[in-house]
Write a protein that binds this ligand. Structure first.
Ligand code: DC
Length: 231
């Protein structure tokens, strides 16, 4: 069977990574969480005091970009690849609301995007990859054979993220999480460089009223149709 590239883009907390992991597992493809890379750069900025008074020190961060090495290592117990920053596993550290609150500021920086996009394209050069993010179908892999664009209402997405954080033991309020979801939607959609857009040839799935399993089934139908188209 021919290998394809699958791009899964969409708003935050639409279940992109859950879906991408399931699809990659079913097909035996590599899964790449591009958001984890932007989160890793944000975490690096926080650790190195390049964020002060809630503002990212853009020049300093750009100057230190060559020091940032991001890699993924497969964890067989978890069934997916965890993200490493300069050889240190930071999978847990990048999922906090604090990182979420700065990551959109970091991901507007064109120099950061350029560096990460090159790395993402390299990771997908042999196809057989499922990558999720905001600009995968528009910028990273504009020729991906299948592009899925996930959407859901802001309330539904904030609820999902809120329960996820609470389950992990984070002390957050629903209002905080809801505000963060709205802020990120705004910044991600309005930035100059590679804003969040549905690619013209992407297929939109609104999963406000769908379960994870239903979203997965719908996507697998699209995968089958795409693969049949190449037979
Ligand atoms: O998918 P996520 O919520 O972990 O992504 C975190 C942030 O990273 C998101 O708010 C915007 C940014 N991002 C991006 O700009 N481009 C991508 N391809 C992936 C994520």
């Amino acid at each position: 069977m021919r290998n394809i590239t699958i791009a899964i883009d969409g708003y935050s907390s639409t279940g992109k990574s859950t879906l991408a992991k399931l699809v990659a597992k079913r097909l035996g493809y590599v899964y790449v969480d591009s958001g984890a890379m932007y989160r890793a750069v944000t975490y690096y900025a926080m650790q190195n005091s390049f964020i002060e008074n809630s503002k990212v020190k853009v020049r300093e961060l750009i100057d230190h970009l060559p020091e940032i090495q991001i890699s993924f290592k497969y964890n067989a117990d978890l069934g997916f690849a965890e993200v490493y920053l300069n050889s240190i596993n930071i999978e847990k550290q990048i999922r906090t609301l604090e990182v979420s609150s700065y990551v959109s500021q970091v991901s507007v920086i064109p120099e950061v995007r350029r560096q990460l996009v090159v790395q993402q394209q390299e990771m997908g050069k042999n196809k057989a990859v499922v990558m999720d993010g905001r600009d995968i179908g528009t910028v990273v892999f504009p020729k991906a054979e299948l592009k899925v664009f996930l959407n859901a209402s802001p309330e539904t997405r904030a609820k999902r993220r809120y329960y996820e954080l609470i389950e992990k033991g984070d002390n957050v309020s629903f209002q905080e999480v809801f505000r963060n979801v709205q802020e990120r939607d705004y910044i991600d959609s309005n930035r100059k460089d590679s804003p969040l857009r549905k690619a013209k040839d992407a297929i939109e799935i609104d999963n406000s009223d769908l379960t994870k399993e239903q979203t997965f089934q719908k996507t697998m139908e699209l995968v089958t149709m795409t693969l049949e188209g190449y037979e």
